[in-house]
Design a protein around this ligand. Structure first.
Ligand code: UDP
Length: 322
């Protein structure tokens, strides 16, 4: 089987993708600097410490293993922090990716699957968003991802790079077998925070605004199970020779913050203490995406629903391994 290098394979979406690839017979090599990743989340025995800002550490990995395709998850992801400290984001995310591409080309590796983001769209003009929707990021995090998409396209033309950049909507849920899950520090995502409030680990959940122009006044997002995302990455590896470009990964369905709290209360059988706060800067009222193009090109469509997401996240919350 092919050697797949997963940069950032100790992180949330990366670790679920690694697990899925290993289960499907791929030879997976994980490289991670473990700044935000977890050693316990890595389910392959081929693990190398490497950092995008240290080209020698990248070269060492490519020297050790003949790589067929790279899947690149390694990035800083906190929108708020990217506004406060854009240098950290432009340096690690953009220059780091250029370093990776340099080393890939040195070793004649020309296939990359990349984690982009819904944040490249900024405030949507229409929803669900398709790939034709204009891109207009409203924070440095989204800018870095859009810049990288453009770099890939130029490298495709000039150097024959094959790439698939996935714009994820709200990745959520945890592995069904409970072995790996979501563990950010600090945690900022809605679902783990709601479940921690239900569990009593946090005092409450703060709803960031209930005066949006949506049916219940709270923001609507497109939550997609991380195991569905993992499958999309395997299909990308399998189809990258016939397609290069960007694909949205969403479910076309939206769920509001209040609906997430309601579903979580039903599944756990417990009340969630709630406080209404003012709006968080940079939050569009509604974000959702079609994945028609991903279906057409990869034969991918999401299998899991909101209940699967909350159930697996709750199971993880109660039985966390890291
Ligand atoms: N949200 C909230 N309280 C929180 C965290 C998030 O009300 O403590 C809302 C946030 O405003 C957004 C949705 O939940 O509308 C999802 O936020 P998250 O940070 O999980 O993902 P994002 O959509 O920012 O990628």
């Amino acid at each position: 089987m092919k050697n797949i290098l997963v940069m950032g394979g100790a992180g949330y979406i990366g670790s679920h993708t690694v697990k899925h690839l290993v289960e499907n017979g791929y030879n997976v090599i994980v490289a991670d600097n473990l700044i935000s990743g977890h050693r316990e989340a890595i389910t392959t025995d081929k693990f190398e410490i490497a950092d995008l800002m240290n080209k020698e550490s990248l070269r060492a990995v490519f020297k050790k293993y003949p790589i067929d395709t790279v899947i690149h998850f390694a990035a800083f992801i906190a929108v708020g922090e990217s506004v406060e400290n854009p240098a950290k984001y432009y340096t690690n995310n953009v220059i780091g990716t250029l370093n990776l591409l340099d080393v890939m080309l040195e070793f004649d590796v020309k296939k990359i699957v990349f984690s982009s983001t819904a944040a490249v769209f900024g405030n949507p003009i229409y929803t669900p968003i398709d790939e034709k929707h204009t891109t207009n990021p409203i924070n440095p995090y989204g800018q870095t991802k859009l810049m990288i998409e453009k770099i890939f396209e130029d490298y495709r033309r000039a150097y024959g790079l094959s790439y698939i950049a996935f714009r994820y909507f709200n990745a959520s849920g945890c592995s069904f077998d409970g072995s790996i899950g979501e563990a950010h520090n600090p945690e900022t995502h809605l679902i783990p925070l709601v479940l921690k409030a239900i569990k009593g680990e946090r005092e409450n959940i703060k709803i960031f605004g209930d005066d949006y122009d949506t049916p219940d006044g709270t923001c609507i997002r497109d939550y997609i199970h991380v195991e569905d995302l993992a499958v999309a990455h395997r299909l990308a590896v399998e189809n990258i020779d016939k397609f290069s470009g960007t694909l949205n990964l969403g479910t076309s369905k939206g769920t509001s913050v209040k609906e997430i709290i309601d579903i979580s209360e039903k599944i756990t059988g417990k009340k969630c203490p709630v406080v209404i706060e003012k709006r968080r800067a940079g939050d569009p009222a509604i974000l959702s995406a079609t994945s028609d193009k991903a279906k057409e090109i990869l034969g991918w469509s999401p299998k899991y629903n909101m209940e699967d997401i909350i159930k697996t996240a709750w199971n993880w919350e109660l039985n966390k391994k890291y």
